[in-house]
Write a protein that binds this ligand. Sequence first.
Ligand SMILES: Nc1ncnc2c1ncn2[C@@H]1O[C@H](COP(=O)(O)OP(=O)(O)O)[C@@H](O)[C@H]1O
Ligand SMILES: [Mg+2]
Length: 343
Amino acid sequence: MRRASSVERGDLLTVGASRAAERLTAPGDRRNGHEVEDTTAMAIRGDAAGQAFALPTDPEPEMGAAAPRLDPARARMRRLPDPKPLTQHGPARIIAMCNQKGGVGKTTSTINLGAALVEYGRKVLLIDLDPQGALSVGLGVPAQNLDRTIYNALMERRTSLKDVRVSTDIPGLDLVPSNIDLSAAEVQLVSEVAREQTLLRILADVRDDYDYILIDCQPSLGLLTVNALTAAQGVIIPLECEFFSLRGVALLVDTIDKVKERLNPSLEIDGILATMYDTRTVHCREVFSRVVEAFGDTVFQTVITRTVRFPETTVAGQPITTWAPTSSGASAYRDLAKEVLAL
Ligand SMILES: Nc1ncnc2c1ncn2[C@@H]1O[C@H](COP(=O)(O)OP(=O)(O)O)[C@@H](O)[C@H]1O
Ligand SMILES: [Mg+2]
């Protein structure tokens, strides 16, 4: 399993500012076989944390023909193996889609990775573990009106996930919906016995019915997210290619390490997924290069480009793979599915 060492990760945040400055401004520096622009003068913020990341002083994002040539994501792309057909289903690999930052593409990635896995013949269950219920809405399920949701399965011993799951318009793709009721669970779970293992325990009822169970986490590192990390074998970290995203990742990786140590030794980071990628901006490419430098092969080669097609799909209540099946967004999530299937 691909995994960044703590040394690599430590490098992400603790490398001295002067070294970072050197690395960022060295003329003719070559990375991934590509010339890195030496024109990008970087300002280093010399704050006490000694952060490694420099903010570009270049006020204008670079546009035009030069951009794809310097695209660090494209430079990493290799041919992906075609997924093998399955002869039987289950037990599922459980993956938590996790990042305590909001608006980074967790829900979008859960829906579309799920739908893409289904296209490759896998049976998939999506679990909405966010009281906002965006996953449910994004699949056209009006969860706010439902009497029984994930909340009931978590809190009531007589309610099973089988009672609360619903099928979606896509055959092979099921959903455990959530709504605002779930916000009470965070508080109520605190007094439960084995509170961190609650989700793991209830998943046992449905695990054999699926090949993948994807858990859409809420933007926090609270008890619900710890439940997701305790139940999961893998974590996918959707990461917006933006400067402030990077600091949060170190904290998330630390939390994942703690859960692995104390609650779930088999937990692995399946991959970091760059989202809202915009090849035209120097900043985005720079952030992506830093993430690859720090996490190496743990970063998926697939990147999800920023496009208005994704907000459109939420309104449509469908995955992009059915809403705009030939779009680049749909094919990106199919590529991600291939990478996940190859793990
Ligand atoms: N690649 C993308 N390009 C443009 N907009 C996106 C992309 N991915 C997600 N979005 C939009 O950004 C917003 C936040 O995404 P979402 O998946 O809900 O994030 P999270 O679950 O991490 O809060 C949504 O409106 C979504 O439609
Ligand atoms: Mg979300």
